[in-house]
Design a protein around this ligand. Structure first.
Ligand code: BG6
Length: 533
C-alpha cells in the first residue's frame, strides 16, 4: 500500500467551499499509519501548537487510520489524565473548533508514558506502548520522535533511541526525528550536534523544524517566484536596488527571559527564520520541487553570502535593546526589567544586518535584515525595492523638492510580500493624478490572501507535521543550510563579543518605537531608509 492509496480513517465532511479558486484543489496526501511520540508532552509547545495542529489534521481528514500519539514526559500521569489535558489545550488553542465526534476518534489513539533518560530501563514503557500500538492499531513500526525537550537533551535522547534500536528502519518501517530550534548556539555547537544526531539517525531521518517554512505565505514565495514568468527576469541586481526583510514583533520576551539572555535576536530570529526567507528570495530556480533540489539551491545562496569579518561586525550590524515605553496604549517594561533578565544585560532585542551576496545575480544589491521585539506592531514582510527609472521624461511637470532630478522624485517600484499579518502582496507603481497637469503619485496594486481564497490557512505546524509523516523534507532545514547560516552569524557574534556594548549604551530604543536611531543612521549611510510598516 502506498501513502497516497491509504484512505483517511478520521474522514469527516469538509466545510463547503464556495470559492472557485480553491475548489478541486484538495489533495489526498494521506500518510501511512504511524505513531507520533512527543518527548516533552507536558510542555507548552505540545499544548499550544503540536496537539492543536494534529487535531486540526484529524478534523480535516488528513490522518491515516490507526494514527496514534504517544505523549512522553517526566511527569507521572495516566493516559486518561493526558487525554483530558490535551482536550483542554485543543479547545483553548485550536484553530478549528473542538467537535466531540472528531475528538473521540482522535483520543482513542492517544497514550501517555513517563520516561527517564537517566535510568537504565527509562524508555521501557515507551517501547512497550509502541509495540502495543503496532499490534492494536496497525502502526507497523512507523514512528516519528518529536523532540520538544530542552536542547541539552537533544543528543542524549537521540543516542538513547539509537542504542535501543528505535531509530532503525530495517523492517520497511520508518523512524524519523523532529527537532526544534535552537539548533546549536554557534557553528561549532551546531556541527557537534549534527554529528551526535547522526550516530543514531541518518540525515534523511532528521527533520529540523523552522516553523516559518510552514507558513502558507512563505511557501507562496516559491510559487510567486517560480510559477510566474513575469517577475523572474527582473529578479536580479540589474533591476533590484535592495531587499529589506523585516520580522517585527510587538511582544517582549514573554516570560522567556532566561532563554533570551542566552539567545538574543540574532540567534532567535535571524539565524533561522530570516536567513531561510532570504535564501528563498535569493535562490536560483530549482529544476524540480524535490526536497534535495530545493535545498541544494538554498544552500548555494547561503554559501554565496559574503562573510562579515568579526572586526567589521560593528560596521555591518546594529544592536538594540528596548527600554520602557508604550504599545497600543499599554505601558511596557524595559528588557532589563523582564523576569530572568540581568539588570545590566547587554543582550540585543533588536538587530539589523546588511548582507552582501557574492554571485552574478545579486552582486551589489544588498539584503537588509532586521528584527526586534517591542516594536510598534507585529509584521513580517519582504520588500523588494526596484531601481529608479534612469530618466524621467516628465521633467518639470513632476512635483520635486529642489536639488533633485526629476527621476529622483518618482518613487521607485516596490514589491512587498507580506508574510503576516494581512497576508498578501502589494506592488507599488506610479500613476497620473487625475487633472490637467502631469502630476505623478504612487499607488498600490494589492493581492490579499484572505479575500482571494476565502479560506483560512492551516497553521505552520499542521503542514510541517503532515510533511514529516509523508517523508517530505522540502520544508525542513538540512544540516548544511543550518551550518551555513551559523557560519555567517557566528562571525557576527564573535565580533560582537570582541566589541561589547557599554552597559549604559542600552537600552537604546523605547518600547513601541522602530528600534534605535543607529539603525536609521545605518541605512542613511547607504542613502536608503527602512520602510515604515
Ligand atoms: C520563535 C522565536 O522562533 O518565533 C520567538 O523564538 C518569536 O521569540 C517567534 O516570538 C515568532 O514567530 P511568529 O510565528 O509569531 O512570527
Amino acid at each position: 500500500m502506498t501513502e497516497t492509496e491509504v484512505k483517511g480513517a478520521v474522514t469527516l465532511e469538509a466545510p463547503a467551499q464556495s470559492n472557485p479558486l480553491s475548489e478541486g484543489l484538495r489533495q489526498g496526501r494521506v500518510p501511512l499509519p504511524c505513531v507520533v511520540v512527543i518527548f516533552g508532552a507536558t510542555g507548552d509547545l505540545t499544548k499550544r501548537k503540536l496537539m492543536p495542529a494534529l487535531y486540526a489534521l484529524a478534523a480535516d481528514g488528513q490522518l491515516p487510520p490507526g494514527f496514534s500519539i504517544l505523549g512522553a514526559g517526566r511527569t507521572e500521569q495516566s493516559t486518561d489524565e493526558f487525554r483530558e489535558l490535551m482536550r483542554e489545550s485543543v479547545k483553548k488553542y485550536g484553530r478549528v473548533a473542538l467537535r466531540d465526534d472528531v475528538w473521540s476518534v482522535f483520543a482513542d489513539g492517544l497514550r501517555y508514558c513517563s520516561f527517564d533518560l537517566d535510568a537504565d530501563d527509562g524508555l521501557k514503557a515507551i517501547r512497550d506502548t509502541l509495540e502495543e500500538l503496532d499490534r492494536e492499531r496497525g502502526t507497523a513500526g512507523n514512528r516519528i520522535f518529536y523532540f520538544s525537550v530542552p536542547p541539552s537533551a537533544f543528543a542524549p535522547l537521540a543516542e538513547r533511541l539509537g542504542a535501543e534500536g528505535l531509530s532503525a528502519q530495517e523492517g520497511g518501517n520508518f523512524a524519523r526525528m523532529v527537532v526544534e530550534k535552537p539548533f546549536g548556539h554557534n557553528l561549532e555547537s551546531a556541527r557537534e550536534l549534527n554529528g551526535k544526531l547522526h550516530v543514531a539517525f541518518t540525515e534523511e531521518q532528521i527533520y529540523r523544524i523552522d516553523h516559518y517554512l510552514g507558513k502558507e505565505t512563505v511557501q507562496n514565495l516559491l510559487v510567486f517566484r517560480f510559477a510566474n514568468g513575469i517577475f523572474e527576469p527582473l529578479w536580479s541586481r540589474q533591476y533590484i536596488d535592495h531587499v529589506q526583510i523585516t520580522v517585527a514583533e510587538n511582544i517582549g520576551v514573554e516570560g522567556r527571559g532566561g532563554y533570551y539572555e542566552e539567545s538574543g535576536a540574532l540567534r532567535d530570529i535571524i539565524q533561522n527564520h530570516v536567513m531561510q526567507l532570504m535564501a528563498i528570495v535569493g535562490m536560483e530556480a530549482p529544476s524540480n520541487f524535490r526536497a534535495e533540489t530545493v535545498r541544494d539551491e538554498k544552500v548555494k545562496l547561503l554559501r554565496a553570502v559574503r562573510p562579515i569579518h568579526p572586526d567589521d561586525a560593528p560596521l555591518h550590524t546594529v544592536r538594540g535593546q528596548y527600554g520602557p515605553g508604550w504599545i497600543d496604549g499599554e505601558r511596557e517594561v524595559g528588557y532589563r526589567e523582564e523576569e530572568g533578565v540581568r539588570k545590566d544585560s547587554v543582550r540585543e532585542s533588536f538587530v539589523a544586518v546588511k548582507v552582501e551576496i557574492d554571485n552574478w545575480r545579486w552582486a551589489g544589491t544588498p539584503f537588509y535584515l532586521r528584527t526586534g521585539k517591542r516594536l510598534p506592531k507585529r509584521a513580517t514582510e519582504i520588500a523588494i525595492q526596484f531601481r529608479r527609472v534612469p530618466h524621467s521624461p516628465f521633467g518639470g511637470n513632476v512635483a520635486m523638492p529642489s536639488g533633485l532630478l526629476p527621476s529622483d522624485s518618482i518613487d521607485p517600484n516596490l514589491l512587498v510580500l507580506r508574510i503576516q499579518p494581512d497576508e498578501g502582496i502589494t506592488l507599488r507603481f506610479s500613476a497620473k493624478v487625475p487633472g490637467q497637469s502631469m502630476r505623478i503619485r504612487t499607488v498600490n496594486m494589492d493581492f490579499l490572501y484572505d479575500s482571494a481564497f476565502l479560506k483560512e490557512s492551516p497553521e505552520a505546524y499542521e503542514r510541517l507535521l503532515l510533511d514529516c509523516m509523508l517523508g517530505d523534507t522540502t520544508l525542513f532545514a538540512r544540516e548544511d543550510e543550518v551550518e551555513e547560516a551559523w557560519r555567517f552569524c557566528t562571525a557576527i557574534l564573535d565580533g560582537w563579543r570582541a566589541h561589547p556594548p557599554k552597559v549604559d549604551e542600552f537600552p537604546n530604543y523605547e518600547a513601541g518605537t522602530w528600534g534605535p536611531q543607529s539603525a536609521r543612521d545605518f541605512m542613511a549611510r547607504d542613502g536608503r531608509q527602512w520602510r515604515r510598516l
